[in-house]
Every structure is written in C-alpha cells, then in structure tokens.
Design a protein around this ligand. Structure first.
Ligand code: AMP
Length: 286
C-alpha cells in the first residue's frame, strides 16, 4: 500500500488558514475538508487531520499523525518528545506576564506570592522556578485577559502579538517568557517511507518560505552608472546586466531581501537608477 504522510493541523483557530495557505503554495491541493476530521491531497501523498491545537503534540508523539503544525508555545507547554523540524514564519507571538496598569510593579520580584492566571501552567512554573519565585498559578483555558478585572487573579501570563487585547483590558506587559511562531513538528515514530515524503514536503516548504522573504528587483540605468548600482545592491550573486535597445543604457536585475529594499531604494535613485520595479517571487529553489 502507498505510504501517505499524515499532517495534523488546527481544526479551527488562527493557525489553520496560514497552514492551508502554505500547503497550497507548495502545490498541494486539499479537498475541501474544513468540516471533516480528515482530508486527502489529490496530488501529493499527504492526508490532513484536523485536530484541536492542544491535542496535536500528543497525536504526533503517538504517531497517530506523522507531523503537525502548531505554535512553538504549545510545543514547549506540552513537553512532549516530538521533533521541531522547521520554523514556518507565521503566527508570531510571545508569552508574557502582564499586570493591571494601576498595580505598582518594581521588577520581577513583584510577582512573589501573586496569583497568576494562565493557559500555560508548565511554561509559567518553569519561568517562576528559574527566578526563584513562588506564585499561585491559576489555570484557565480561555479569556485569560479578563481574570484580573473580575478579581480572579493579580496578573496574567498569556500570548501577545500586537498588545491590543492587553491594552483594552488595562493590562501592561512586564515580562516576556518566550517568543513563538508556527513550527512543523515530527513524530519520534516516523517511518522511513514517511520520512522520505517529509523530505519532499520540506523541500517545497523551504522554497516557499524563501520566496516570501525575497523580491525580484529590476531597473534601468545609463551604462556609466552600473558599477555604482552594483556596489549598492546586496544581491545573492552578481546581478544580471542586459543591454537595452536604447544605446548606452542597460537593465539590471537582481534578487534582494524584502526587508533591505527600503534601505537602498533612495541610494539607487541617487546614483541614477530609473524605472525601478519590484516583483514578488513565487518559489525560490535553494
Ligand atoms: P488559537 O487559535 O487561539 O487556539 O491559537 C493557536 C495558536 O496561535 C497559539 O498556540 C499561538 O501559537 C498562536 N497565537 C495565539 N494567540 C496569538 C496571538 N495573539 N497572536 C499570534 N499568534 C497567536
């Protein structure tokens, strides 16, 4: 029987959409399966299992799923012996301790003896132990941010990305326990044939992730400016320079990291680059 790789992703919640988008960009089409527990890919030996986020580490450990996509925060909290294979660059957030704005806070020792509400008791316990602190951990499964307002806790330990939920609840972020993003995890039970499929999938994912970070840059310039332009470009290799139909002019093409584009654009214009175009890259084979 043909081996198929079983990938667990979130049944509902904020990781699901980006996980499915990543598969789509890897050229893997999943039959519409959002309401099902399991859906097969038509053009790749992969089945997707839609599971509760917090259950995924256990299923991956047991080998019910071969691999999974979860937040690194969940992986750390669940303390399961699963392999962190690759960081995926989405769902970036941090796990932080926040206290009501009106509460005086004179540093981490202000947490001594306090009651802290969280859905991440293991991570919090470890953090407190590292700092020789004792606090009362109150575990709740959702809406942690309202706990101080209803008198349930003195502080919260919760996930933060923009900080707007904390702000709306009059809370101030004081300590960052960890930074997290979505990660691909693999089972310790992974079979040889499943590992081979995983390697093919990883090749595709890496190409998609690399492409997301880079842009294709094209510009025209008089030939006597080409050397100046090349000096500015932080390209992967030397850029391509091609003559234009207009005598004495060339077109210069290169690939640059999206984050460095805004830093160099003014310099490029200053040395005579014209008609600058920036285009997305769909896949980048690395
Ligand atoms: P949820 O959809 O709320 O079950 O969250 C699933 C995962 O998404 C969490 O385990 C985190 O890795 C991530 N996440 C949760 N909250 C945030 C947030 N505020 N910003 C970014 N990622 C988050």
């Amino acid at each position: 029987m043909e081996t198929r790789l079983r990938l667990a992703i979130q049944k509902s919640g904020r990781l699901q959409e980006d996980s499915l988008l990543l598969l789509r960009e890897c050229g893997i089409s999943i039959d519409n399966g959002r309401d099902q527990l399991k859906a097969g890919a038509r053009n790749f030996p992969l089945d997707v299992l839609f599971l509760r986020n917090s259950d995924i580490p256990q299923y991956v450990e047991d080998g019910v799923a071969d691999i999974g996509i979860i937040g690194e925060n969940t992986m750390i909290e669940k303390q399961r012996p699963i392999e962190r294979v690759l960081a995926l660059g989405f769902s970036r957030c941090r796990l932080s301790i926040a206290v009501p704005r009106a509460t005086p806070y004179a540093g981490i020792h202000s947490l001594q003896g306090k009651k802290i509400a969280t859905s991440y008791p293991n991570t919090l316990r470890q953090f407190l132990a590292q700092h020789d602190l004792e606090a009362d951990i109150h575990e709740i499964s959702g809406s942690v941010e309202i706990a101080p307002n209803i008198g349930l806790a003195d502080a919260v330990c919760d996930l933060v990305s923009s900080g707007s939920t904390l702000f709306q609840n009059n809370l101030e972020e004081k300590e960052v326990l960890l930074r997290s993003e979505a990660v691909l995890v693999a089972s310790p039970q992974l079979s040889g044939p499943a590992r081979e499929i995983l390697d093919k999938l990883l090749f595709r994912i890496r190409s998609v992730l690399a492409a997301r970070q880079y842009r294709y840059l094209l510009m025209n310039a008089p030939n006597d400016r080409i050397d100046d332009i090349i000096r500015i470009l932080p390209g992967m290799k030397s850029p391509t320079v091609m003559p234009l139909a207009t005598e004495g002019w060339s077109s210069i093409h290169t690939v640059i990291a999206e984050e460095s584009f805004w830093d160099i654009i003014d310099q490029l214009k200053a040395v005579g680059a014209q008609g600058i175009l920036v285009a997305p890259i769909e896949k980048m084979i690395i």
